[in-house]
Design a binder for this molecule. Structure first.
Ligand code: FA5
Length: 341
C-alpha cells in the first residue's frame, strides 16, 4: 500500500476507533496505539525513508498533519471524558450535610464515683478540706489507736482481711482519724473519701468492697448539736427533696456518744423489701463525738478540745438516691445499667 493510502486508511481507522472510546483508560490506550513510539503514526514516519526523495517532504507534511489531527482529537475527547468522569465521581461522593451526625458515646464516671464527688463537693462547700488515707494500713491505725484493744469483741463487728499479722485492708475510713490528728494543726475540719474492705457476706445492701467518706471536726466547743446540724444539711443538699431520716444510739469504741443514721428506704418507701432487710430503713452512716482516748492517741488534749466524726457509706447513699435495688449492680460492669447515670 502506498504511504498516501496508508495515511488515509489510518485516518479512517482512527475515526472508527475514536467512536468506540468510552473511558479515559480506553483513550490512553488509543493514544499509545496511534501516537506511541511503536504506534501507527511512528511506523508511517519510519516507512518514509523508502519513499522517493521528491515525495518525502510532501508525505512528511501529510503524516505530520495526521499526527496533529489525531493529537487534537484525543485531547478534545480527553477533556470531555475527564469532565464527565469528575461529574460522576462528585455525584457518587456527594454528602448530604443535612443528615444527622453519628453520636459518639462518651465514657462517664461510675455512679458511685459521681455520688462520692458530690458528697465531697457539698462538704468542701461546708468548710471541710480533703485528705486521703492508705487502703492498706496497720492494725494500729485501723483499730488500736481507735480504742479497739487487741481481742476487743468490737473488732468482730468488722470482719477483716489481714495481709500479715499487723497489716490489713482497711475496714473503715476511720483509719485516717489519728493520722490526721498527728499531722495537722488545730482546729481540724476535714473529710477523707476512700475504699473499704470487709470479709462479709455479700447481700443487696452489703459488699466486701465499698466506699466511705470520713468526716472529722475538732475544735474548742464542738458539740453533738453541731454534728446533727451538719448531717441534716448534708442530707438536704444531697437529696434535693424531702427524705425521712432517723438517728439511733449506737456503739463504736472510738466515739462517745455514738449514733447511726437511717434513711427511709426509697425502694419500698418503708413498706419493707430485700434492700432494707424488710425494716423499711437503710443505715447509711455511723457517727459520734470523738472518744477522749482517741484524741489522746492523736496528741490532742481532750480537756481543751472536742470533736465529732462520721463515716458515711457511699454505695448505700447511691442506692437510695437513684432507687437502685441491689449493691451488686455496681460491680457487674453492665453498660446498660451504668449508661443510665
Ligand atoms: C463504721 O465504719 C465507722 N467507722 C463509722 C464511724 C465513723 C462511726 C466515725 C463513728 C465515727 P459502720 O460499720 O456502721 O461504721 O459503717 C458505716 C457505713 O458504711 C454504714 O452505715 C454503711 O453505709 C457503710 N457500710 C458498712 N459496711 C458496708 C458494706 N459491707 N457494704 C456497703 N456499705 C457498708
Amino acid at each position: 500500500m502506498s504511504i498516501e493510502k496508508e495515511i488515509n486508511s489510518i485516518r479512517e481507522k482512527f475515526s472508527e476507533d475514536l467512536g468506540r472510546v468510552v473511558t479515559s483508560k480506553d483513550l490512553e490506550e488509543l493514544k499509545v496505539r496511534y501516537l506511541g513510539k511503536k504506534g501507527s503514526v511512528s511506523a508511517l514516519m519510519i516507512s518514509l525513508k523508502d519513499a522517493e526523495d521528491a515525495q518525502k517532504p510532501i508525505l512528511g507534511k501529510s503524516i505530520n498533519l495526521l499526527k496533529n489531527e489525531i493529537a487534537l482529537a484525543i485531547h478534545e475527547l480527553m477533556e470531555k471524558i475527564n469532565s464527565a468522569e469528575l461529574d460522576q465521581k462528585l455525584q457518587k461522593e456527594k454528602i448530604d450535610v443535612t443528615l444527622p451526625g453519628k453520636r459518639r458515646r462518651l465514657g462517664r464516671l461510675h455512679p458511685v464515683s459521681q455520688m462520692l464527688y458530690k458528697v465531697v463537693d457539698v462538704l468542701i462547700d461546708m468548710g471541710f478540706s480533703v485528705q486521703l488515707g492508705p487502703d492498706v494500713d496497720s492494725d494500729f491505725y485501723n483499730f488500736e489507736a481507735l480504742n479497739f484493744p487487741k481481742d476487743h469483741p468490737a473488732r468482730d463487728m468488722q470482719d477483716t482481711f489481714y495481709i500479715t499479722h499487723d497489716l490489713l485492708l482497711r475496714t473503715q475510713t476511720s483509719n485516717v482519724q489519728v493520722r490526721v490528728m498527728e499531722k495537722n494543726p488545730l482546729p481540724i475540719r476535714m473529710v477523707a473519701p476512700g475504699r473499704c474492705f470487709r470479709n462479709e457476706t455479700v447481700s443487696a445492701r452489703s459488699h466486701i468492697f465499698f466506699h466511705q467518706i470520713e468526716g472529722i471536726y475538732i475544735d474548742k466547743n464542738v458539740t453533738f448539736a453541731d454534728l446533727l446540724a451538719t448531717l441534716d444539711e448534708l442530707w438536704r443538699r444531697l437529696f434535693e427533696k424531702e427524705i425521712k431520716t432517723r438517728y439511733r444510739p449506737s456503739y463504736f469504741p472510738f466515739v462517745e456518744p455514738g449514733i447511726e443514721a437511717d434513711i427511709l428506704c426509697t425502694q419500698c418507701h418503708g413498706g419493707g423489701c430485700r434492700l432494707c432487710k424488710f425494716s423499711g430503713w437503710l443505715e447509711v452512716i455511723g457517727a459520734g463525738m470523738i472518744h477522749p482516748e482517741v484524741l489522746k492517741a492523736g496528741g490532742i488534749d481532750p480537756e481543751q478540745y472536742q470533736g465529732y466524726a462520721f463515716g458515711l457509706g457511699i454505695e448505700r447513699l447511691t442506692l437510695l438516691r437513684y432507687g437502685i435495688s441491689d449493691i451488686r449492680r455496681f460491680t457487674e460492669n453492665d453498660n446498660r445499667f451504668l449508661a443510665q447515670f
